[in-house]
Design a protein around this ligand. Structure first.
Ligand SMILES: Nc1ncnc2c1ncn2[C@@H]1O[C@H](COP(=O)(O)OP(=O)(O)O)[C@@H](O)[C@H]1O
Ligand SMILES: [Mg+2]
Length: 386
């Protein structure tokens, strides 16, 4: 990317979900993987969670971390750029491990401190990123969020790049000498980014495309927000039904509406009246819009209008042609800038790569773009009187 202010605004949504429900099958598969890896280090692997923004990747990653800790693995978070330099990687694992240890043992009542028995000792200086991991002892789970940013890594052919690639493939193929799992989450360009790093063909159940929450889980999340957080009085069913009509299982939407409802209840007394519900839904709507706005951060108004215009040309199968977006952007900026804006929109999840096609992963994001930047263009100027 050319100018630094165009870099991704680094959208970091909060870590663990306040009221986590669902994803049981995925977590059971992950737990099984951990057990395989513990029994046979050659079963170590990459576990990739791929989904649109707001689908619940970060929350799920945290649940994986909790499970890993309970199973006796040490847990450390790394970011995509920390793989390049052995010293940076070492330092990053070392400090992150302590942070996670603290969080897992004190921050969460549901982790039994007694079972946390991770024994990773990082070895001394290593010459390569893989060396850092090979020198360690015990089971290690590396968490990698926003893994689509690894796309930036794959441009290189230099020694750091080769080192990072060697590490990722060794973990993926269970060749580190001890139980190591890389748990990664990212937008759907992630699988491709891994492929560029030599990581493909995932072991059974190690590649997950995250869909909406199941209805029962969604209900539980909303109920917890209303009852536990909002301390609602009485039967929350009508509110739960009203919120669910807005959220369709998308965790980000669930969180936006349910949290808004809980805050409103706390502020106005705990009775659930129809008037309050109306306000709560309006506030939820606003929070959802903010989420979309944050995805368009760093893209200026005239560029957003161009994107909206291109979005009007979406194919019936939901795909959108990159060339059309670029051509539309070219009306207001250079070729290079247009590419940058597209890349930024992609890394913020406005667009998403599915197979070889670009799609708009959240339909209501498209509606938001269209409504705020297409329909409401600058009003036509009135002709001057002659
Ligand atoms: N399974 C879940 N149960 C309850 N809340 C969830 C769940 N998954 C995600 N959330 C909440 O939904 C919101 C969006 O989830 P997040 O993990 O940040 O999505 P992503 O990382 O995919 O963008 C967050 O507020 C998160 O706490
Ligand atoms: Mg996230």
């Amino acid at each position: 990317m050319s100018d630094s202010d165009r870099r991704s605004p680094n959208i970091k949504d909060r870590g663990r979900a306040k009221y986590f429900h669902g994803r049981k099958g995925i977590l059971a598969d992950f737990k099984e993987r951990l057990e395989f890896a513990r029994d046979d280090p050659e079963e170590g692997s990459t576990f990739l969670i791929q989904a649109a923004p707001g689908a619940g990747k970060t929350a799920l990653l945290h649940e994986c971390a909790r499970l890993a800790a309970i199973e006796g693995f040490a847990v450390a978070e790394v970011d995509p750029h920390k793989f390049l330099d052995p010293e940076v990687l070492h330092e990053s694992i070392d400090t992150s491990w302590m942070r996670w240890h603290r969080w897992l043992t004190h921050g969460s009542a549901s982790v039994d401190v007694g079972v946390f028995k991770a024994e990773v000792e990082l070895g001394g200086a290593a010459k390569t990123p893989l060396g850092v991991i090979e020198k360690g002892k015990g089971g290690l789970v590396l968490l990698l969020d926003e893994a689509q940013l690894m796309n930036d890594l794959a441009v290189g052919t230099g020694i750091p790049f080769i080192g990072a690639k060697a590490l990722l493939t060794a973990i993926h193929n269970g060749r580190t000498g001890h139980p190591v799992m890389l748990v990664a989450a990212g937008l759907s360009a992630t699988k491709r980014a891994f492929k560029d790093m030599g990581v493909s063909r995932f072991k059974d159940n190690c590649y997950v495309e995250l869909g909406p929450l199941k209805q029962e889980a969604e209900r539980e999340v909303i109920k917890d927000w209303l009852k536990k957080d909002g301390r609602a009085k009485g039967d929350p069913t009508p509110w739960m039904d009203a919120i669910m009509r807005k959220t369709h299982g998308c965790p980000q939407h669930v969180a936006a509406y349910a949290q808004a409802a809980a805050i409103h209840l706390r502020a106005t007394g705990r009775e659930m009246t129809p008037e309050k519900l109306k306000t709560a839904i309006e506030v939820g709507e606003m929070k959802r819009t903010k989420f979309y706005e944050s995805r368009a951060d760093g893209i200026v108004r005239k560029e957003r209008q161009c994107i909206a215009r291109a979005m009007a040309n979406i194919e019936t199968d939901g795909t959108i042609d990159k060339d059309i977006v670029i051509a539309s952007l070219r009306e207001v900026c250079s070729e290079e800038k247009a590419e940058d804006v597209f890349t930024l929109a992609l890394s913020n999840g406005v667009f998403d790569l599915q197979g070889d096609s670009y799609v708009i992963p959240i339909p209501s994001m498209r509606r938001w773009f269209m409504a705020s930047y297409f329909i409401e263009r600058d009003p036509p100027t009135h002709p001057h009187r002659a």
